[in-house]
Design a binder for this molecule. Structure first.
Ligand code: ATP
Ligand code: MG
Length: 555
């Protein structure tokens, strides 16, 4: 098992330790707040592991709350997919799934409270006017002409907003804070806007929707969240988070802490870009095994333990960084090297005939499922006169470095006999189509009796027993380490990110489970794809046996 036992330490856990020691909190409450406008990706997994991991380690609780204030972009399919992914990652949320929209009634009342306190107003300025008055980072903003509308008038206007009396874009409810603040988010930010949109949870009840900054802090407070963890782009917005909570009548005061987003090389982790890949059919859906989504990784053959381990290894800091793909792969490889059962599959079949083997004989050879773990048992692998080997495991001539089958030389067939290549048959183009061999019948499970040394071992599948299988080999989805930094990230898609082989696999793989990754000896870790049917097996390569990327980066 690759998962390390030790608890992670990071600056957020240090803050929590301090809060507990000082008696500020007795029970830690966190939340994971996805917006249901796309599938979860590996960056979200970092946030999930952080929020749920803290709740677990401190005997607290973590809620799953959909941040659903943007009905036009959201969808119930995303709501369902996100729940599935969080569960698959191994976490259980506290109580029912929550939605920010559960609190729309309360949010409305808090907005009215702000208006009553003279801290919010309805603004009819045009977008252009508002932009002009907003100022810039260097220049202070200016007050809107609607800023001094009376409380009673604002109350009436806000009610009219709610009752659908204004058009989309005609007006906004804004907080009255400070147009000269050095934090742009404090220059009278919008709290509510008009949207005549059907909502996946509240239907057509509302035609005004609260903005993220207003909604998030209040939802946190209602749920009794103690530590509200988000990514660094919300650092400035913490002022607004605190401003809202300190100006409404609510008891608990959660605190927001920010950490850096996960960036992963050779992929993109922005939902907007991922949606583009899906909608423009650059990939085959959200769960395409090349996607950095949780669903894609799962389909590819990643285990939830390997993703949790990855999230543990990358840690949580405030530093922006770019994590190497090989780090994610290493977590899977380490786990599967220990846990995956072995099988044989030939990706590029070359026929091999053992001439001195009796034509009708079939031997069921007992093969261990794991070379180092007897507890994983054995399986029976049929051996016969005609087998397939990997085309590039045979050469007519080769130097000593080539430890596979060479004409006139010997090699061991994995878990079977030593064979010698005697001659080849070629087609008209000169391609080798069959290798004719002899075998040494006294070499099953032992070395040749006369002391001949046979170094190489190759894998094979019996021709009459093997089962055809489509084998999908994946590479990085993008050709450059940071596609998001390119002018057009779609231009850098790696056209060879999916290579399909028509291979032959040993018959035991017909009953392989989808969720159980297997090591195909000498070729990598694979899992059965959901496209598999009884008469057509499909396997995905999750990861190779070795880290070939590190080498590619240098070359
Ligand atoms: P995007 O910017 O791609 O649209 P998002 O941050 O808007 O993503 P949300 O659904 O709002 O996506 O994210 C839910 C939670 O996951 C948030 O707390 C967010 O900070 C966190 N999160 C999103 N992306 C990452 C990432 N790359 N690394 C770590 N945490 C992330
Ligand atoms: Mg967001």
């Amino acid at each position: 098992m690759a998962e390390t036992d030790s608890r992670p330490t990071n600056f957020i856990r240090q803050i929590i330790d301090k809060d507990i020691n000082e008696g500020l909190h007795t029970k830690i409450q966190t939340r994971f707040p996805p917006e249901p406008n796309g599938y979860l990706h590996i960056g979200h997994a970092k946030s999930i592991c952080l929020n749920f991991g803290i709740a677990q380690d401190y005997q607290g609780q973590c809620k799953l709350r959909f941040d659903d204030t943007n009905p036009e972009k959201e969808d119930i399919d995303y709501v369902n997919a996100i729940q599935k992914d969080v569960s698959w990652l191994g976490f259980t949320w506290d109580g029912d799934v929550r939605y920010s929209s559960n609190y729309f009634d309360q949010l409305y009342i808090f907005a009215v409270e702000l208006i009553n306190k003279g801290l919010a107003y309805v603004d009819f300025s045009s977008q252009e006017q508002m932009r002009e008055l907003r100022g810039t980072l260097k220049e202070s903003g200016k007050n809107s002409p609607y800023r001094d509308t009376t409380v009673s008038e604002n109350l009436a206007l806000f009610e009219k907003m709610r009752d659908g009396k204004f058009k989309e874009g005609e007006c906004l409810l804004r907080a009255k804070i400070d147009m000269s603040s050095s934090f742009m988010c404090m220059r009278d930010p919008a709290l509510y806007r008009v949207r005549f949109a059907h909502h996946h949870q509240t239907g057509d009840k509302w035609c005004i929707y609260p903005m993220y900054d207003f909604t998030h802090c209040i939802s946190d407070a209602i749920e009794g969240i103690t530590h509200s963890l988000c990514t660094l782009e919300f650092q400035d917005n913490r002022r607004l988070y605190d401003w809202v909570l300190s100006n409404i009548s609510i008891d608990t005061t959660p605190h927001q802490y920010e950490f850096s987003r996960l960036n992963l090389e050779y992929t993109v982790l922005s939902k907007r870009k991922l949606i583009q890949l899906v909608e423009e059919n650059r990939v085959n859906g959200w769960d395409d095994p090349r996607m950095p989504t949780v669903a894609g990784l799962r389909r590819r053959g990643y285990t939830s333990a390997s993703i949790r381990e990855f999230c543990k290894r990358i840690g949580v800091t405030k530093m922006d960084n770019m994590v190497e793909m090989s780090m994610l792969e290493a977590c899977l490889r380490e786990e599967l090297n220990a846990d995956a059962s072995r099988a044989m599959a030939v990706l590029e079949p070359l026929k091999l005939v053992i001439e001195n083997y009796t034509a009708d004989d079939v031997e069921n050879l007992t093969s261990p499922n794991h070379p180092a773990d007897e507890s994983m048992g054995t399986r029976s692998v049929p051996f016969s006169k005609e087998i397939f080997i990997e085309a590039d495991d045979f050469r007519e001539e080769a130097n000593k470095k080539f430890k596979r089958l060479v004409l006139g030389k010997e090699v061991r067939l994995r878990n079977a006999y030593v064979i010698k290549a005697e001659r080849v048959e070629k087609d008209e183009q000169g391609n080798i189509i069959t290798v004719y061999c002899s075998y040494d019948k006294d070499t099953l499970g032992k070395d040749p009796s006369d002391g001949r040394k046979v170094k190489g071992v190759i894998h094979w599948v019996s021709a009459s027993h093997g089962v055809p299988a489509e084998i999908r080999l994946y590479d990085r989805l993008f050709k450059v380490p940071n596609p998001a930094a390119e002018e057009d990230f779609l231009e850098c898609i790696n056209e060879e990110s999916l290579v399909v082989k028509q291979g032959i696999v040993e018959p035991s793989l017909v009953s392989a489970k989808h969720s159980a990754p297997i090591q195909f000896e000498r070729t990598g870790y694979f899992c059965k794809d959901k496209d598999s049917q009884d008469d057509k097996l499909v396997f995905n390569r999750a990861v190779g046996l070795r880290d070939t990327w590190a080498k590619m980066d240098q070359g």
